[in-house]
Design a protein around this ligand. Structure first.
Ligand code: LIP
Length: 274
């Protein structure tokens, strides 16, 4: 049982971290939405020719990390585009400056700024801001999930055969081929498949009932850190293979009842390996 003093200090920390994350996500989102160059191109590639970085990814991460450093200079930061600060406070920020980079590059609307704050490895705060949806998803641990100021809740769990399931594909051809084999079998056993292009938004769509479930292999912590907390606080279960936490190997999110059925089917299909 936490002491009242500890509970109050923890609640105050979560409130502070949420305020900082919302401010940074909104500032970065406005910069990305309003400042996107008409001639935006690829600034660099990472794991493959289709794993791209734009100048806006880099600029967004610089903006966010600067705001975080101003607010809490002793915190650690892990960012998709290279931010890697150890920190000394025990708080680590995990940021994806543009989740859905390819969508952003092609002017498709499904992209987001994802910011999570972890303390001693536990995610306390998650914010996913989707400027082209004009929506912000947020959660603090134990405080519920919200889309803007409206409570977010998962849909009641349907049978697997009636589930609308989101997924995504990696940037390496061999992995994509394997992922296509898995989804090629699953598609006949669910209502339908959706591939939005942003894991953070997909997890928030589970949280708000716009998807029944989501799974993907190959995500990085910055892709799922915030959306995982938001989905859990909205009533979803999240994980990887049965009995394992979500990880780069496999991320699964769905309401109880559907979560177990989908997780089991994905394990049978070998969705956790290339
Ligand atoms: C993206 C993920 C998405 C996945 C894409 C890509 P990024 O992250 O959010 O779910 O399918 O391949 O990894 O690279 O846009 O930050």
């Amino acid at each position: 049982m936490r002491s009242p003093v500890t509970a109050t200090a923890n609640d105050e920390l979560k409130a502070e971290l949420l305020e900082i994350a919302l401010d940074a996500a909104h500032r970065a989102g406005a910069f990305l939405r309003d400042g996107r160059p008409d001639d935006l191109g690829v600034a660099a590639t990472k794991s493959s020719a289709v794993d791209v970085v734009t100048e806006m990814d880099i600029a967004s991460e610089k903006l966010i990390t600067g705001l975080l450093a101003d607010a809490r200079p002793d915190d650690g930061v892990l960012g998709e585009e290279g931010a890697d600060i150890k920190g000394s406070s025990g708080v680590q920020w995990v940021i994806d400056p543009i989740d859905g980079t390819v969508n952003y590059l092609y002017s498709l609307p499904s992209w987001a700024v994802s910011i999570a704050a972890r303390k001693d490895g536990e995610t306390l705060v998650g914010v996913v801001h989707a400027p082209m949806r004009a929506e912000t998803y947020r959660a603090v641990l134990g405080g519920g999930a919200y889309v803007d100021d409206r409570p977010a809740r998962v849909r009641p769990a349907p049978d697997l055969g009636l589930a609308l399931v989101g997924t995504g594909f990696g940037y390496l051809a061999d992995r994509r081929t394997r992922q296509a084999e898995v989804v090629g079998q699953l598609i006949a056993q669910v209502r339908d498949i959706r591939r939005g292009g942003s894991a953070a938004i997909d997890l928030c769509d589970v949280a708000t009932g716009r998807l029944d479930a989501y799974y993907e292999r190959g995500l990085n912590p910055w892709d799922y850190a915030a959306g995982d907390l938001i989905a859990r606080e909205a009533g979803a279960l999240t994980g990887g293979r049965p009995g394992e936490p979500l990880s780069t190997d496999l991320t699964v999110a769905a309401p109880p009842g559907l979560f177990e059925a989908l997780q089991s089917r994905l394990d049978e299909l070998g969705a956790w390996h290339d």
